[in-house]
Design a protein around this ligand. Sequence first.
Ligand code: GLY
Ligand code: MN
Ligand code: MN
Length: 433
Amino acid sequence: MNTLEFIRRRISLLQNIGDGIAIIPTSPELIRNRDSHYPYRFDSYFYYLTGFKEPEAVLVLIAGIEPQSILFCRDKDMEREIWDGFRYGADAAKAEFGFEQAYSISQLDALMPKLLANQSKLFFSLGADAGWDARVTGWLNQVKAQVRAGVSAPDDIADVRKLVDEMRLYKSPDELNLMRRSANIAAAAHNRAMQKVRAGKMEYEIEAEFLHEFYRKGAQSPAYTSIVAGGANACTLHYNANNCELKDGDLLLIDAGCELDGYASDITRTFPVNGKFSAAQKDVYELVLAAQAAAIAQVNPSNHWNAPHDAALDILAQGFIDLKLCQGSKEAVLESGAYRQFYMHRTGHWLGLDVHDAGEYKDKHGDWRMLQAGMTLTVEPGCYIRPADNVPQHLWNIGIRIEDDVLVTQHGCEVLTASAVKAVADIENLMKA
Ligand code: GLY
Ligand code: MN
Ligand code: MN
């Protein structure tokens, strides 16, 4: 993404802050065991404002008459670069990423009390990380200790993330390009999985097909742990053991997406292991597909956030009655919440740098917020039928979710993941090929 976009975001945040100072650290490196680390992933807020991917970095924004963006980052270090790879160092980072100032991270503790002195307000994610809370408190105490010298400390602390959340909710053209590419990679992986599945294979073999397709196409990682759930496993919403054999006659639910240059895709497809839906599987699948179509039809700027969920519930409730999963009228099933035995989650979430992305779902009056062009969300209804006395036996252990990534446009929406096949005939044809 273009450096100018990151600079524009910082300028915009500085204007929102008006007067005060913001401190935004990136994520720490995490040790897996001994000297092995988990793959490093930068903090989404920090990255959104900097484009800088190295660990051990902090962004400081000083708002006011002379607004400034200051980066603290690791020093150049030939010894460490021989072992771990390139580091920018402060001078190159300042030039490359457009900061007004850049300093060595080793100067952070010495400089922060000076930068905090006489600032009216501090914007910081208090409570997100105990280590950073303690460090910032230490700096503030150093400033307060200078009170008799006429120095004042910020007397108000606000969560900087709230301001950035609103910015992150509306995707720019460059972000949407990345999200389309991320979506296309994940969609191709789902199509590939349909072609690779055979009874007798293990769930992890299919997970490997996803990793193959993600990395082969340039994604840096999965966006979350892939769910590859054959048969009854699909009724466990967060199943990710992925270690069972796939059985002839079962469905396979796969919830998998990738992360490309920070941006997530999030797709679920459900299809028959043997390539042909049984009558019962098809009945439930068509119901979930109809619920998803109804929900997607509600994604436009004249509707609020919850309209797609309401539309999906309306279809599902009637379908559950038709399938004899629920009894009574549709209104009664919706009113009592009886549908929750089979559909216990919501129909989507914001999507972006995080798979469950930043952004409020309600407005300041407590009402569902209106959808607006540039917002990106998932639409993911499902139906999970665990064995129970009140459930017709031929439906037991059917678990289905269908999930797409959707962009709100000026007059409607664009399904970013449309190339992942989902109509019954298209799935069966692809699996035959
Ligand atoms: N894959 C996470 C979700 O669907 O919310
Ligand atoms: Mn999702
Ligand atoms: Mn998902």
